[in-house]
Design a protein around this ligand. Structure first.
Ligand code: TK8
Length: 346
C-alpha cells in the first residue's frame, strides 16, 4: 500500500514539474527580454505564396542573413502556402504576439491602417523603378510609421508587382469585356469598387481559397502578377490572361512590434538590415521571374490578349470616381504627397 502511494506521489511530482517547466508555448517570445536564458529567440515567418515564389526564396535569404549575423541568437522558421493562415489572420497574429513576421500586400493592410488604400489606386505607379523610389523614400517610410499604433513594425517594402487579370470565360481586351465576370479580389474596398466600376462582379476572398474557387467555378477569374499566376499553377484552371497591369502591389515586411521591442538594439539593426537586403534580392528576382512568366503561361496553355493604350485609357476613366472617393479616406494632403513623390521620381 505504502509503495503504491509513494509511486503515485512521485508521478504527481513529475507531472507538476513538467507543467511548470513551460515548453515552447506561443508566448515564449512575447516580452522575452532575451539573452538571460541564452536560448535562441524564434521568428515564425509565414506567407501565403508557395515555396517556388520569389517571395519565399527571399524569405529564406532573410533567414540566412539573420541567423548568420546573430550567430544563431535568433532562429527563423519559415512557412509558405498559407500554412499559418491568410494575410489578415497572420497580420492579426503579429499583433497578438503568436507570430513574428509576415509579408502581405498593402491591400489587406488597409484593414489595419486605412491610409494604405492609396497604393491600391489603379494605375498609380507608372513603373517598378518609380515605385521603388517612392516607397523607399520619405513618403513610403511615413506609411510604415503608421503601422506602429497597430503593434506592427514595417521593416521594408518588397515587391508583389503589377497585377494582371485572368479568367475562364472570355479574352479581356477592353473594359466592356469585364461585364458580369465573377472576379476574386483581395479583401480591400478600393479593389472591389474599381472592378465594379469596370462592370465586373467582384468577390473579396483570402488568397489561400482562390485556386479551389476557380477550380469549382465559384469565381471566373482573379488578378495577380504573372509570376504568381504561373507559380501557383492558375493556368490549370484559367484560360485567358491580359496585360491589364491595373495596380502595382507592394509587399510590406511586417514584424510584431512587441517582438521587435524585445530585441537588443544590435539585433533590431540586424533584422532591419536583413529585411532591406533580402528585399533588394526580392525585387530583382521578382522582376526577372515576372518577365519570364507570361511566356510560361502561354506555354502552359493560356491565351494572352493585349490591352491597347486606348483600352487602358478607358479603364482609367471608368475607375477615376473610385480613386476620388478613397482619396478623401486617405486624406487629400497625403495623397498629394504621394502624387508629388511619383512626379519627382520620373
Ligand atoms: C499572398 C497574397 C497575394 C496577393 C493576393 O499571401 O492576395 O492576391 O497578391 O500575393 O498576398
Amino acid at each position: 500500500m505504502k509503495k503504491t502511494l509513494s509511486l503515485l506521489m512521485a508521478a504527481f511530482m513529475v507531472l507538476f514539474l513538467a507543467a511548470c517547466g513551460g515548453g515552447d508555448t506561443d508566448t515564449d517570445n512575447a516580452g522575452d527580454t532575451g539573452g538571460d536564458t541564452g536560448e535562441a529567440k524564434k521568428i515564425r515567418a509565414g506567407i501565403g505564396l508557395n515555396d517556388a515564389h520569389p517571395q519565399y526564396q527571399s524569405l529564406l535569404k532573410f533567414k540566412e542573413l539573420v541567423e548568420e549575423r546573430t550567430n544563431g541568437q535568433i532562429e527563423v522558421e519559415t512557412y509558405h502556402s498559407s500554412q499559418l493562415g491568410d494575410d489578415r489572420t497572420m497580420t492579426e497574429a503579429l499583433q497578438l504576439g503568436s507570430q513574428e513576421v509576415t509579408i502581405p500586400s498593402t491591400a489587406p493592410l488597409v484593414n489595419f491602417v486605412p491610409e494604405f488604400a492609396v497604393f491600391d489606386f489603379p494605375f498609380l505607379f507608372p513603373s517598378e523603378e518609380v515605385a521603388d523610389t517612392v516607397l523607399d523614400g520619405e513618403v513610403g517610410q511615413k506609411f510604415l510609421g503608421m503601422l506602429e499604433d497597430q503593434n506592427l513594425v514595417g521593416l521594408a517594402y518588397w515587391e508583389n508587382g503589377f497585377r494582371d487579370v485572368t479568367n475562364s470565360v472570355r479574352p479581356i481586351a477592353t473594359a466592356a469585356d469585364f461585364k458580369g465576370l465573377k472576379l476574386r479580389t483581395m479583401e480591400n474596398q478600393v479593389h472591389l469598387e474599381a472592378f465594379q466600376a469596370l462592370g465586373a462582379n467582384p468577390t473579396p476572398m483570402a488568397f489561400g481559397e482562390l485556386f479551389t474557387a476557380m477550380q469549382q467555378g465559384t469565381v471566373d477569374g482573379q488578378e495577380n502578377p504573372y509570376a504568381t499566376i504561373n507559380l501557383q499553377k492558375y493556368y490549370e484552371v484559367q484560360d485567358h490572361v491580359s496585360n491589364t497591369h491595373h495596380i502595382y502591389s507592394p509587399f510590406v515586411f511586417l514584424m510584431s512590434k512587441s517582438f521587435f521591442d524585445s530585441l537588443t538594439e544590435e539585433q533590431q539593426q540586424i533584422v532591419k538590415d536583413a529585411a532591406v537586403e533580402a528585399g533588394q534580392h526580392n525585387r530583382e528576382l521578382n522582376r526577372k521571374t515576372n518577365a519570364e512568366s507570361l511566356e510560361a503561361l502561354q506555354e502552359n496553355g493560356m491565351t494572352f490578349t493585349e490591352v491597347s493604350p486606348e483600352a487602358h485609357a478607358e479603364m482609367k476613366e471608368l475607375v477615376q470616381p473610385v480613386i476620388d472617393k478613397y482619396a478623401d479616406q486617405v486624406g487629400a494632403d497625403l495623397v498629394q504627397e504621394v502624387y508629388d513623390a511619383i512626379e519627382a521620381a520620373q
